[in-house]
Ligand binder design. Structure first.
Ligand SMILES: [Zn+2]
Length: 77
């Protein structure tokens, strides 16, 4: 038998996981245009579908949001 507190914790966990999944659904990898700083468009790089655009204003994949969700060291404050 679970207590009301345990049930509350389980519900909070489910709510948190659903919100994380919603954030991941927004930040998908898409084909970028391969922009290079010297102005060339060459090769294919993955860009985030939400952060920026696929061109020179792209946020390359994985974006900082996905790195933070994945717990990447560079995403730590
Ligand atoms: Zn993103």
């Amino acid at each position: 038998m679970t207590s009301a507190y345990q049930q509350q914790l389980v519900q909070q966990l489910r709510d948190s996981e659903a919100r994380i999944a919603a954030v991941r659904a927004l930040h998908q990898s898409v084909d970028g245009l391969g922009y290079h700083e010297d102005g060339r468009y060459e090769g294919d790089r993955l860009a985030c579908s939400t952060c920026g655009t696929p061109d020179e204003y792209a946020a390359w994949w994985p974006c900082s949001t996905i790195r933070a969700l994945d717990g990447a060291p560079e995403a730590q404050p």
